[in-house]
Design a protein around this ligand. Structure first.
Ligand code: ZN
Length: 102
């Protein structure tokens, strides 16, 4: 939501509904969609990948069909479809283990 024109920025000038008090659920990063926490961008990126490359249900490593997940190749979570691969659960786990060991 764009900031209203002519309104001074600052908590006290926030439109009603955007004002967070300490202890509000909105103050917690996970509950606040506007909060640019790592967890938020991580899940946002996965949604972006799922949107731009719908799952085929075929693992790109072993060719197995069924449940697949988007695995990040570089571990740096680039907004780049080439940085993601659709893997079945066992291949995803193996890929993550390999990346951590590297
Ligand atoms: Zn696989």
């Amino acid at each position: 939501m764009p900031w209203p024109k002519g309104r001074k920025k600052g908590v006290e000038n926030m439109p009603v509904g955007r004002r967070f008090q300490p202890g509000d659920p909105g103050m917690v990063a996970e509950n606040n969609p506007a909060w640019r926490g790592d967890r938020v961008s991580y899940s946002g990126l996965h949604k972006w990948v799922a949107y731009h490359r719908p799952a085929t249900g075929v693992c790109q490593v072993c060719g197995g069909e069924g449940y697949t997940e988007n695995a990040n190749l570089s571990g740096e979570y680039h907004r780049d479809l080439d940085d993601f691969q659709e893997l079945c659960k066992p291949c995803h786990i193996a890929h993550d283990a390999e990346r951590r060991a590297a």
